[in-house]
Design a protein around this ligand. Sequence first.
Ligand code: ZN
Length: 218
Amino acid sequence: MRVFPDPILRQRARKVTQFDAKLARLAADMVETMDAHHGVGLAANQVGSLQRLCVVKLADWDEAMTLVNPEIMRREGDREVEEGCLSLPGYRGMVNRAVRIRVRFQDLTGKSVRLNADCTLAQAIEHETDHLNGILYIDHLIAHDQFFRITVNDDGDVDYLPTGQPDAAELEAAALRMNRRINNPTTPHPPEPPQFDPTNGRPTTDRTPADAAGTSAD
Ligand code: ZN
């Protein structure tokens, strides 16, 4: 997993023109990596490939969706949601996302697909399409103080500490923890909260980032 500030995360991925077995292999590898990290989405930049390809798999899906050359044609509505990214482990932020989107992409055979998506799926597709353009969710924070370093205790409670910038040493430590968890699933580290809020913008924990920000200002 490429972790911020790896420069590949800031590069624009190139349009896919060859729909061959190599592309299918890359997509399958990405699904495997996403599943291992309990992710909801993953873009090719994050595994070191500059192809316009991403995979998405919501929590209740059996199969992942692969989007090749995705292009968001229309965005409707506006909502504030909590978001995380596998390339910024240990951090969360509040961002604005659309309520509904219309996206055009190709499947692994090159067939053109049009899809209307809302809520978590729309959020995931916006997030992954951004990756392919070198954009990260930290570019969309609704305010500088809406970026948090998170800690998860053994009971699974999440604490949000407002922070200004992602810290390279913290990211490295979080990436190491993440890899340890994957290589040794019995390691008793509580998993991080999901990348995208599955409850449609409502906090996933009883302690919201807004509460945490308020507390720290006291
Ligand atoms: Zn991401």
